[in-house]
Write a protein that binds this ligand. Structure first.
Ligand code: HEM
Length: 125
């Protein structure tokens, strides 16, 4: 094949990925996001325990717009990674077999994580 005829771009951004691939990519992304998220939650917890004043400050941040915006997103991150992780383990253990079951389980993970995020948005104090 001559140089000019060779494909230069696989078009990853325009490719229609199967639902399992989307779930898996999001699982890796949420896993990476969990690392700073755990650090941030621990830092907030530490701050809340320093004094009554800083406890009130942390409460105000969580009850204000930053908490309302970021809280449900964080809950989606935790939920997607946890449900996706359980799916990965179930696939590895052979509890989910075949393409149909793999597709269904991927859709269940996506939907359950979004529902968890929405529930957090509704119930956020
Ligand atoms: C603070 C908690 C967690 C952090 C920071 C974290 C982080 C990560 C990261 C960065 C990866 C990606 C590794 C890679 O693809 O190379 C990963 C993969 C994985 N995580 Fe987590 N994780 C956490 C909690 C969990 C939980 C609660 C579960 C299970 C329910 C879980 C199950 C898995 C599994 C099964 C994989 C491998 C997926 C695969 O085979 O591609 N993780 N995690």
């Amino acid at each position: 094949m001559n140089q000019a005829a060779r494909p230069r771009d696989a078009g990853l951004l325009h490719m229609r990925l199967p639902v399992g691939a989307v779930t898996s990519i999001l699982h890796r992304m949420t896993g990476a996001l969990l690392i700073p998220l755990v650090a941030a939650v621990l830092a907030l917890l530490h701050k809340a325990l320093v004094s009554a004043r800083s406890y009130d400050m942390v409460r105000a941040v969580l009850a204000g717009s930053p908490g309302h915006l970021l809280g449900p997103v964080c809950m989606w991150i935790v939920a997607h990674h946890t449900y996706g992780g359980i799916r990965h383990l179930a696939l590895d253990a052979g509890l989910v077999r075949g393409r149909r079951a793999a597709r269904w389980s991927a859709m269940v993970v996506l939907a359950a994580a979004v529902c968890t995020g929405l529930l957090a948005a509704i119930l956020w104090p």
